[in-house]
Design a protein around this ligand. Structure first.
Ligand code: ZN
Length: 329
């Protein structure tokens, strides 16, 4: 377990949830006090300041998340310990420092940009072909996304090539539904192996896991988490702004939890049993890197929030994914 970053759980245990005095140095009337908040609090409009310590309790309280500061966005995929469903959560702040949270495709607090080019007419038997709707996160890239890979704890030597195949889909590929090629101006480049770790904080205490984005180090790193305790988090993406908070991304890291079982084959027919398709999962995470949020589960895009095992037929981008991509790039 990574214990290098402070546990907000410990902080929230020492502070009253509704502290009367904001503890952060940038405190003003627009800053909500440090502490632990509920989804209803987020919906009512909490705001964070530069060094706020604000956590949000998810669901039954077994999972908490730290709100990232300075305009960063955190998206993570987790398995509910209550009912074993897989869900995705994105948390961010808007340009007014208001906290926004997207759990699957249900929004709380600050709103995301929503777009759609309407239903497409070329349908196929593949899922995700009846819509081209999408949602956008606040940030995107105007420079090449140069990334490194840390193979420590990797369960497969194929992981790197799968990552390379996945990220390439956000630059060009074949539309899953129409069979037509597409392209974008999103540019990425694999820069080699690294011993650096992705910048996350994950702590587990008394059965409650707290996850957050740590401070960025300027390097885009993708790697594996090997938690010693129970963690319901499968994969996380954090994106930090370039310089001051704004719409330009400066760093984006991903980690995947090695304690879950993945399929690493390039063949869509080879996945059997209760394995998550690594290609599909990381293509989704790279979708967060490029600046897409979740679309509706019913639309079955790669940016849908929930995943089943061996969904290899849904690896490629669908019309909504491509529409959102091409709005940004
Ligand atoms: Zn997601």
């Amino acid at each position: 377990m990574n214990i290098k970053v402070l546990s907000l759980l410990a902080i929230s245990g020492l502070l009253p949830i509704w502290s009367a005095t904001p503890a952060n140095a940038f405190a003003n009337s627009a800053c909500s006090p440090d502490g632990l908040y509920s989804l209803a609090d987020v919906d009512s409009g909490i705001t964070v300041c530069q060094d706020s310590s604000i956590a949000i309790a998810l669901g039954a309280g077994s999972q908490q998340l730290e709100v990232p500061q300075s305009g960063a966005v955190m998206s993570f995929l987790y398995a509910s310990p209550v009912d074993t469903t897989i869900s995705h959560v994105s948390v961010f702040t808007d340009d007014q420092q208001k906290v926004g949270l997207l759990i699957d495709d249900v929004a709380f607090g600050a709103t995301l940009e929503v777009g759609s080019t309407g239903p497409i007419t070329t349908l196929s038997s593949f899922p995700g072909c009846s819509t081209s709707s999408y949602n956008l996160l606040p940030m995107h890239w105007i420079k090449t996304y140069v990334w490194y890979y840390n193979s420590t704890n990797s369960p497969s030597s194929s992981a790197l090539s799968e990552l390379q195949s996945s990220i390439s889909l956000w630059t060009s590929g074949v539309n899953r539904c129409t069979g037509q090629t597409y392209s974008s101006t999103f540019a990425s480049r694999y820069a080699g192996a690294t011993g650096l770790s992705p910048n996350f904080s994950v702590t587990t205490s008394n059965g409650i896991s707290t996850i957050g984005c740590a401070l960025p180090d300027g390097n885009n790193v993708i790697g594996w988490l090997n938690p010693t305790g129970t963690s319901s988090v499968l994969a996380v993406t954090c994106t930090w702004p370039s310089g001051s908070p704004g719409i330009l991304a400066g760093e984006s890291d991903i980690f995947v939890n090695k304690n879950y079982s993945f399929y690493f084959g390039s063949s869509t027919a080879g996945c059997t049993g209760s394995l998550y398709d690594f290609r599909e999962i990381v293509t989704h995470e790279f979708g967060h890197v490029v600046g897409l949020a979740h679309s509706s589960q019913l639309d079955r895009q790669i940016m849908k929030p929930n995943f089943s095992t061996c969904e290899t037929s849904e690896r490629l981008l669908a019309p909504g994914d491509i529409s959102g991509l091409q709005v940004r790039y």
